[in-house]
Design a protein around this ligand. Structure first.
Ligand code: SAM
Ligand code: ZN
Length: 293
């Protein structure tokens, strides 16, 4: 069985989770080749195993180089290892065996390393991971590197999954669409949203931003919007400093859209340092769907 067929088989095992992004009807897997809805809208499994469920061309704003740098920082530099440990701890604590099997969607998964690492950390075969991103480049890379999750090119604003089909939504450093998240979340489903706090990657921000105003950032509005949609069970503040060497600093710069608008000399002086302690400062918002009374 090749990767395309393996993915098609994994999807057919939970096919009720999928819905057509064009007409919202249920889907079936056909001949281990395509996902087809009851109105015959057809989405093929690619050679690498992902499915492109966009109805228009999509590439997002991130290129291959940026995603490759993110993969290296996440998988090789372990800058986010404590985050993956904490997220998996939160999943264990809040799910507490309530859903098995569990469907976990990483909404805006990029090149997929956070999802893969989180699943590795959970060590729970009952969890099926689905990674969704609008960037075909990101999803293609995810599918090439990580074989067990299901990878979809799709839009957060029109998630190709059925109502109440997901037990966990993970939304890590990515945009959100809370109406869609609430639609796809199972009753008492869990949302884990990772958002930067004011000191997140501050060493990089300080060097990249010349405008003083831009240096300060807080996530108050994001947290307050989250609370309007979900009951906030827990807000875990995760702050630490990790030393990165020169090669890792180059990856750090390349993985960040912050570098797009910055001066070349500043970037180069940052990358020329032997090593720098880099601050990771995040909020992990853990929420559940609010009940209507
Ligand atoms: C900062 S990146 C984070 C990616 C990944 N979670 C990580 O931390 O490495 C934001 C991601 O959101 C994706 N994104 C932006 N708008 C989206 C949309 N409407 N639907 C799906 N993904 C989207 C981008 O393509 C990008 O991969
Ligand atoms: Zn359809």
């Amino acid at each position: 069985m090749n990767q395309k067929e393996r993915s098609a088989e994994a999807v057919s095992g939970i096919v009720d989770v999928f819905r057509c992004p064009l007409c919202n009807s249920p889907m079936k897997v056909f001949a281990l080749k395509s996902l087809i809805c009851s109105n015959s809208h057809t989405f093929d499994f690619s050679k690498q195993g992902y499915v492109n469920m966009m109805n228009r061309p999509s590439n997002g704003h991130y290129d291959k180089k940026l995603f490759e740098a993110r993969r290296r920082i996440i998988m090789e530099s372990n800058l986010y290892t404590l985050l993956h440990e904490k997220v998996s701890e939160m999943l264990k604590k809040h799910l507490d065996g309530s859903y098995e099997p569990t469907v976990l969607l990483d909404a805006g998964c990029g090149e997929g390393s956070h999802l893969q690492k989180t699943l590795d950390e959970c060590k729970n075969d009952a969890i099926t991971g689905i990674g969704l991103d609008i960037s075909k480049e990101g999803i293609m890379m995810a599918a090439k590197n990580y074989k067990s999750p299901i990878w979809l090119v799709g839009d957060l604003a029109n998630i190709p999954l059925s109502d109440q089909s997901c037990h966990v939504v993970l939304n890590c450093l990515s945009p959100a669409n809370y109406e869609e998240f609430k639609r796809i979340m199972a009753l008492n489903g869990l949302i884990v949203k990772v958002v930067p706090r004011s000191n997140y990657l501050k060493e990089l921000r300080e060097i990249l931003f010349t405008d003083k105003n831009k240096k300060t950032y807080n996530n108050d509005e994001i947290v307050s919007l989250f609370k309007q949609h979900f009951h906030l069970e827990e807000n875990v503040k995760l702050s630490y400093v990790k030393e990165l060497n020169q090669t890792e600093l180059i990856n750090l710069v390349q993985m960040s859209p912050l570098a797009w608008n910055s001066k070349k000399e500043q970037i180069e002086s940052f990358m020329n340092q032997d090593s720098v302690g880099i601050t990771v400062d995040l909020d992990i918002l853990v929420g559940v769907t609010k009940h209507m009374n």
